[in-house]
Ligand binder design. Structure first.
Ligand code: PAF
Length: 309
């Protein structure tokens, strides 16, 4: 596996002298912030299966972190990541420096930022965007930069960050970016907890408790799937089904709910309820919950999850 740090090195690899590598096959791309886990491995394996070459990037992108968030403590595990990428037969790891990605620097205070930024207005302000107002601007900006450098045919993203996928899909379509996006299913542990680099912050007890996130969403999923023809469930009935499963943990302050959403899959517009009809549009039940660690109560981790129905 080649480990490249500059844009020039990637262009040189991609053009291999003068011939474009794309004329010899396809490039699959998996952008990551490192601290790789089996969720990333599933994206990478899919890319390796479907493409001639696979490029993975590792870059902890400051512009998607608010000044109050965990940029400094975000887990960085490069030596282990490299071992995993080699075992998965990745062709190129692109690990750029901050200066490569943000030549004018990247202060976390948005007012002080300089240079080009990409905003996907409309989708970015909802759900995750309410709590993290500049998050999708940071993601869309860094992904645009990475796409322009790697020039992949296909890029792979996980369903866990479903709103990120929808925002990036809109960006790719409306900025006419020549890279297709593919969404891969959420990888969960044996008890249903969605794998995430941030799970590393939690002690075993709190991780066990966090498994209830998915149980809550599953309860809503079964309520919707078991609706009799013509019957209807209101939005609050569906959301109550989720929070009832979490009640013990909300009462014990293990969970503080940021949001539970019932939304249309394409637009992320909130729905007022669900009716059992033959023309049911795909919908997403998603949530963000602050989990307070039982061993270190100062550690509060915001976990997200979702189910597409
Ligand atoms: O999903 C992630 O890990 C990040 O948001 C991404 C897409 C690598 C951009 O920094």
């Amino acid at each position: 596996m080649r480990i490249l740090h500059t844009v020039e090195e990637v262009i040189q690899w991609r053009t291999q002298g003068l011939r474009n590598i794309r004329s010899k096959g396809t490039i699959g791309f998996v952008p990551t912030m490192g601290c790789l886990h089996p969720g990333h491995a599933s994206l990478i394996s899919q890319s390796v299966r479907e493409n001639t070459y696979t490029v993975v990037s590792i870059f902890v992108n400051p512009s998607q972190f608010a000044p109050t968030e965990d940029l400094d403590s975000y887990p960085r595990t490069l030596p282990d990541d490299i071992k995993l990428l080699e075992s998965l037969n990745v062709d190129v790891l692109f690990a750029p420096t901050m200066h490569v990605m943000y030549p004018q620097g990247i202060p976390l205070d948005v007012e002080k930022q300089r240079g080009p930024f990409v905003s996907v207005l409309g989708l970015s302000e909802k759900l995750e965007g309410k709590t993290r107002p500049n998050f999708f601007r940071g993601v869309a900006t860094v992904v645009t930069k990475l796409f322009n450098i790697v020039m992949a045919d296909v890029a792979y993203f996980g369903q866990k960050d479903i709103q990120q996928f929808i925002v990036l899909q809109c960006m790719v379509e409306e900025l006419f970016v020549n890279t297709k996006l593919q969404m891969m299913p959420i990888v969960r542990n044996s008890k249903g907890l969605a794998l995430s680099s941030r799970n590393k912050y939690l002690c075993p007890d709190s991780l066990k408790i966090s498994e209830n996130l998915y149980r809550g969403l599953q309860a809503a999923e079964s309520a919707i799937k078991n609706l009799a023809p013509g019957a209807r469930l209101s939005r609050s009935e569906i959301i109550d089904t989720v929070t009832e499963i979490w009640a013990t943990y909300i009462d014990s302050h293990d969970f503080k709910v940021d949001y539970v959403s019932l939304a249309d899959f394409k637009t992320f517009n909130e729905l007022s309820g669900v009716e059992k009809t033959s023309k049911q549009q795909p919908l997403v039940i998603s949530c963000a919950v602050y989990v307070t660690d039982r061993e270190k109560p100062d550690t509060v981790v915001r976990l997200i999850d979702n189910i597409v129905i």
